[in-house]
Design a protein around this ligand. Sequence first.
Ligand SMILES: NC(=O)c1ccc[n+]([C@@H]2O[C@H](COP(=O)([O-])OP(=O)(O)OC[C@H]3O[C@@H](n4cnc5c(N)ncnc54)[C@H](O)[C@@H]3O)[C@@H](O)[C@H]2O)c1
Length: 440
Amino acid sequence: MKITIFGTGYVGLVTGTCLAEMGNDVLCVDVDQQKIDNLKQNIIPIYEPGLETMVKENQNDGRLKFTTDTNEAVQHGLFQFIAVGTPPDEDGSADLKYVLAVANTIAENMDEYRVIINKSTVPVGTGNKVKATIQQVLDKQDKSIEFDVVSNPEFLKEGAAISDFMKPDRIIIGTDNPRTTELLKAMYAPFNRNHDRIIAMDIRSAELTKYAANAMLATKISFMNELANLAEILGADIENVRHGIGSDSRIGYHFIYPGCGYGGSCFPKDVKALERTAKENGYNAELLSAVENVNDRQKHVIFNKIQQHYSGNIKGKTFALWGLAFKPKTDDMREAPSRVLIQSLIEAGAKVKAYDPEALEEAKRIFGGKEGLTLCDSQNEATEGTDALCIVTEWKNFRSPDFQELNNKLTDAVIFDGRNLYNPKDVKKFDLQYYSIGRS
Ligand SMILES: NC(=O)c1ccc[n+]([C@@H]2O[C@H](COP(=O)([O-])OP(=O)(O)OC[C@H]3O[C@@H](n4cnc5c(N)ncnc54)[C@H](O)[C@@H]3O)[C@@H](O)[C@H]2O)c1
């Protein structure tokens, strides 16, 4: 099948590559010339396990191509995927300018039937806006061409994006026209062999499903963080509580890890956007505001513990920081808790030596040569000449450090762990003070 993907970010590049892997003829288009030039040489703009090899293989085999030529892109695919960003606007609502710009481009260059598939996360009603935009442009050009608009939200997780796309839990097809359901079923058939994963519904419900999924996951995290803070006050251990409730099959173990807050490109912006959609429609979504507020507060929890430990005086101290990415197996630092902690420490007069296995380049781009921040090439280098260690991302290689060596290196012999990586008893054996989340 001939498929065009607009946007070569986390979602567009993974979607295009996986569809090519299944034997389709895929053309990916982006407005970023540098990105496209690099992709043509198999230089991947993001870190995503397995992606680079797959891009290389499919490009070599001629099933995956990259361009900035929008006319070529629209001519190419019967299926035109929109996978561009929907960042938060100033008021928290999703900014649709990139999505609608693509709709415009498709309409301007279209001269036969096209299926426009929206993979970006967009507020309820965007399908109609895309349809109206395309129709308007066609009318202006006096063209009468049939097209369909489909909502096909993406649920992949950064860090496991390829396996999530290849073996999805579900494929949501939101359409008001049964013929497009059949077309998409045919396109997704290779991903649907083991059992039927397709759930077809109307466009508005499909659009809301994506927000509902992310808001539910964010709610679970904020709920657990709220409980963790309470556990500390009450002298309970949130890790025991986590095991205790996770064992209930109605609750389950997923997404109930307490920590220093969720980040990333999706949860924060999607919770805000859904709250905003509710407001615009005269509904006050109180739970969503609470989820967001709890998370914002949680991103300061480690800093507050540090302040308390040092009685508010950290001026001149140097902190090692392990983990910059918002979660392991990605280099994505959008809304990462590490950013809040680094900012707070430096504002309070401390210095930070930070390390992350994949996000150093991204950190360089974000922070530039920020005074007080040193980016280090290894976790050992980050702890050299520091007073204390903070852990912000739960990368596997942080899980079993040499505690004796840490005790020797950290002048104040103290660890602030925002991800509950260690058993407090094990750490304390090495005369290290240990602060974690929800464990007094
Ligand atoms: N990142 C995730 O894990 C994830 C998961 C599910 C859904 N989503 C949603 O998918 C959408 C895309 O997210 P992302 O993380 O891939 O974004 P991204 O910022 O990584 O990539 C977006 C890409 O679109 C390109 N672009 C912008 N305007 C364009 C245009 N007119 N034509 C062609 N390309 C254009 C940009 O240059 C960029 O390369 C968002 O709505 C996001 O909420 C993201």
